[in-house]
Each structure stands twice: as structure tokens, then as C-alpha cells.
Design a protein around this ligand. Structure first.
Ligand code: HEM
Length: 455
């Protein structure tokens, strides 16, 4: 190890009190706790929670080192261990090294372009009926409606459930799992405690998925499967490995988790921004009507350049996975500091995306920053990391973009959407995106009486 390296003691920031570390401050100030440290210390700082030490990094070079160049020196399983009450270690995000590579290979067919194209019609019809439903309400809560839609899409596509009652039941169980398992401080698996209720919901979802898997097995014809569970069950890698039924169930549960809240949060904030910007709503509408002349098709999505830039701006300002966490397996040098094994690093999309040396006026909503000749995200690799990077990068990125484009296209083709003012105490630019997303509301007005939803 280079003797000129500075020790972790020299990293800006403080590890707080013994054992609890910075926990009290973080609870008190929520997301502002992190912003305050970023403003105070810049691109690298440290903190600690319950005996775990973290280095927060907001630097494209460091992101590339951790996520790609030296990825084997880091563990996603250790970094993301707080997700264990929700996900199983079978879930690809919680795997490392060779085990992770095998899972990725087995999962990839589900996200190949051809497979994604086959999901298009189902997602389109789910988006159309959700949008029509929003139109009937006077004011919609963006996060609640988008979560409902994205979870419905995930249950329908990843589990193949078609019956509304089944979709609703899995959605309710999943919501219980997320709220109870996440909120519980004491992790006792007993029915009268939040954690136990979350775990019961989790077991019921797994039971349901296993039942669906068995029905799918009975149907047979797995060799020609086009549906997600069928693809999962029949895919074998070059070494002859395939997932067991339990592994498929755990991966599928992981997909529900990875696919819905992320998409819903990004879309909620993006619709909030667009709901304040008539000029951008008009641009999106004009582009859409120029490209889509009859029924919207998959091939149209690629031609929606303005919409692509709007989505990138949503990803930049409101990255739902704000930090990517990794456990350090062996001592390593990062930005001139010696980071010992046992520490954790957090690659921060939130702060990287606001670096003024990369993005001009980083707090302003300006999708044109991604259009030629500016293309601000191309100055340095790993400048835009809302979908991660390297081995664990988001496997559902194309799926998510397709779903988000369908939502934007179908919504603005039929309605105008105006955001309600931010509730008191919430200021722009938004720093507390997780805490405030549930408060966003908007009003929809039909553009014409003859809606295009079923054209
Ligand atoms: C706007 C929507 C989404 C965003 C912003 C997003 C973001 C991310 C990010 C940042 C990661 C990397 C995490 C890390 O490196 O620690 C990730 C991983 C992952 N995402 Fe997404 N995601 C989205 C939608 C989806 C969808 C629709 C799916 C579909 C199932 C999905 C499935 C996954 C999976 C399975 C992983 C783990 C990959 C691995 O560990 O190899 N995501 N996502």
C-alpha cells in the first residue's frame, strides 16, 4: 500500500458518537443530513451508523473505480445488507462475484430487446387504463397513482398474473412488506410486531409465486416460452446451470421491488416538474404527435428525442436509487485515501448529478443540457448514474424507459397536467425527495372530449 496515502481519519466529516455514530442527526434532519455534509465537505466525506462506517463519494472517477474497474474488491451483498428483510440473498442485487455473474446470465434473456418488445402491448394497455382512471379524478396524488400503476405492471409482467383480484392481493401484500419491514426498528419475526407482519406478507408473496410457477410448469412448452416465468424456468447457461423454483421466486420478488418504486418515484417528480412547465408539456406533445400518427408502437419510442432528454433530466435531478452501497472487501486506495476492508462506500448519484463542473446550473430543470452540442453527461464517464454502472447496473433500464415513455406519451396526448403548489415547508430545489414524494398532487384536464386512449 502506498505510504503517502492519507488515512480514513483525514477524510472530511465525522463518525459521530461511539456505536450509534451519526444516527440521531440523520433521523433528525433526514435527507438534509446528507446535503449539509455535501455542502460542507464536497465530493468525499465520511459518516457512521450503528458501528458501520461509510465513505460517501460524488466523483465520476471514483464511481468508475468502485462500480467497474475494481468491482471485485467490493461487495454488493454487504453494502445492501439492510435490504435483507425484504429481499432474499438469491436476489441478483445481493450477490457478488461468480454467483452474481451466473444469475445475470440467466436473467438476461428476460430483458433482451425481443422480450421487452413482447411486453409492450400489455404495458401500453395498463398505462391507458390507469391514465383514463386518473382523468376521472379531480386531483391525483402522483406517487400513490404511479406506485399502483408500476406495481400492477410488474406483477402482470413478471408473475404473469392476469386476474385483477390476484394483482390487487399481491400489490397489497407487497405494500405491507415494504412499509412494515422498512419501518421496523426491532427485527423480531412475530405476528404482533411490524417486522413480523412484513415477513408474513413476504412469505405469502413467495407462496403465491411458487404456486404460479408450478402452474406454469404444468402448462409445459418451456422451451418456447415468451413469458417471464417461462423464460426464467427454462433458461440454462453454458455450464448447464439453471435456477431452482425457489430461486426463481426470490428473483421475481426482487424484480417487483427493483421495478416499481424506482419508476414511480422518478415519474412522480418528473410529472411534478412538467406540471409546472407548459413549454415542456407542449414540446413533448408536439414531438409525440409528429412521431405517433396511429397506434403508438415500440419503434416510435426511439424517435422521441425530447422525451429521452426529459427522462434523463428526471434521472439526474431525482435519482430514486440515490446511493449505491458496497462493502469494502480488501483495503483499497480511493481519491488518495486508504480505505480499509470492513468499511462501506456509497456512490452518490444525487450529489454526482449536481456537480457544477459537470452540469451547468445543476439545480435547474433543463432537459436541453442533454441535446447536442451540449451533451453535458458525456464529458466524463459515470456522470449520469441513475441506473448505476458496471456489473450491477440496472438490468431493467430499457424496460423502465419503455414504461416511462408510455406514461408520458399517453398522458400528455390526452390530458394537460398542472402540479399543485408544493406544500408549505417544502422548498425548491428539492432536497428531500424521498420524504416529500408522497405529497405531490396534480390536476388533469382532458385536451379534447374524444380521448385518444383507445385509438
Ligand atoms: C426508473 C426506474 C429505475 C431506476 C432509476 C433503477 C436504478 C437502478 C440502479 C441504480 C441499480 C444499481 C444498484 C447498485 O449498483 O447497487 C439497479 C439495479 C437493478 N435494477 Fe433497476 N432501476 C429502475 C427500474 C428497474 C426495473 C423496471 C427493473 C425490472 C425488473 C429493474 C431491475 C433491476 C435489477 C434486477 C437490478 C440489480 C442488477 C444486479 O444486481 O445485477 N430496475 N437499478
Amino acid at each position: 500500500m502506498n505510504t503517502k496515502l492519507k488515512s480514513v481519519d483525514a477524510i472530511p466529516g465525522s463518525l459521530g458518537l461511539p456505536i450509534i455514530g451519526n444516527l440521531i442527526d440523520a433521523f433528525r434532519h433526514r435527507e438534509l443530513f446528507y446535503w449539509q455534509r455535501y455542502w460542507q465537505h464536497g465530493k468525499i466525506f465520511k459518516m457512521s451508523f450503528l458501528g458501520e462506517n461509510y465513505v460517501i463519494l460524488a466523483d465520476p472517477e471514483a464511481s468508475r473505480l468502485v462500480l467497474k474497474d475494481r468491482a471485485d474488491n467490493f461487495s454488493s451483498r454487504l453494502g445492501w445488507k439492510t435490504l435483507k428483510p425484504i429481499l432474499s440473498e438469491d436476489m441478483v442485487l445481493l450477490q457478488d462475484g461468480a454467483e452474481h455473474r451466473t444469475s445475470r446470465r440467466l436473467i438476461l434473456p428476460i430483458f433482451h430487446q425481443q422480450a421487452i418488445t413482447s411486453y409492450f402491448d400489455i404495458i401500453k394497455s395498463l398505462v391507458e387504463s390507469a391514465v383514463a382512471d386518473w382523468g376521472k379524478q379531480e386531483t391525483i396524488n402522483l406517487d400513490a397513482e404511479l406506485r399502483k400503476l408500476t406495481l400492477t405492471v410488474a406483477v402482470r409482467i413478471f408473475l404473469g398474473s392476469e386476474k385483477i383480484e390476484e394483482i390487487d392481493r399481491v400489490r397489497d401484500l407487497f405494500t405491507t412488506l415494504m412499509t412494515k419491514a422498512n419501518s421496523a426498528v426491532i427485527k423480531w419475526d412475530v405476528p404482533f410486531m411490524a417486522h413480523g407482519q412484513g415477513q408474513t406478507a413476504r412469505r405469502q408473496i413467495i407462496e403465491y409465486i411458487l404456486k404460479v410457477i408450478q402452474e406454469r410448469q404444468k402448462l409445459g412448452d418451456l422451451d418456447n416460452a415468451q413469458d417471464v416465468l417461462g423464460l426464467f424456468l427454462h433458461t440454462v447457461d453454458e455450464d448447464g446451470r439453471k435456477f431452482t423454483e425457489m430461486q426463481v421466486a426470490n428473483q421475481a420478488l426482487g424484480f417487483l421491488f427493483a421495478a416499481h418504486e424506482t419508476t414511480a418515484t422518478l415519474m412522480s417528480w418528473l410529472l411534478f416538474e412538467l406540471g409546472n412547465r407548459p413549454e415542456w408539456r407542449d414540446k413533448l406533445r408536439d414531438e409525440y404527435s409528429g412521431v405517433v400518427t396511429g397506434e403508438i408502437e415500440m419503434s416510435h419510442l426511439r424517435q422521441l428525442y425530447q422525451m429521452t432528454n426529459v427522462l434523463k433530466e428526471g434521472e439526474r435531478l431525482y435519482p430514486p436509487v440515490g446511493v449505491m452501497i458496497r462493502g469494502v472487501l480488501e483495503d483499497i486506495e480511493i481519491n488518495g485515501y486508504h480505505i480499509p476492508a470492513g468499511w462501506n462506500v456509497m456512490i452518490s448519484a444525487i450529489f454526482t448529478h449536481r456537480l457544477p463542473e459537470i452540469y451547468t446550473e445543476p439545480d435547474s430543470f433543463d432537459p436541453d443540457r442533454f441535446a447536442p452540442p451540449r451533451e453535458e453527461d458525456t464529458k466524463y464517464p459515470y456522470s449520469l448514474i441513475g441506473f448505476g454502472g458496471g456489473a450491477h447496473s440496472c438490468i431493467g433500464v430499457e424496460f423502465a424507459k419503455m414504461e416511462m415513455k408510455l406514461i408520458l406519451g399517453i398522458l400528455f396526448d390526452n390530458y394537460d397536467l398542472v402540479s399543485a403548489p408544493l406544500p408549505s415547508g417544502v422548498e425548491y430545489p428539492i432536497r428531500r425527495m424521498v420524504d416529500n414524494v408522497t405529497k405531490l398532487t396534480a390536476k388533469l384536464t382532458p385536451l379534447q372530449t374524444d380521448l385518444q386512449l383507445s385509438r
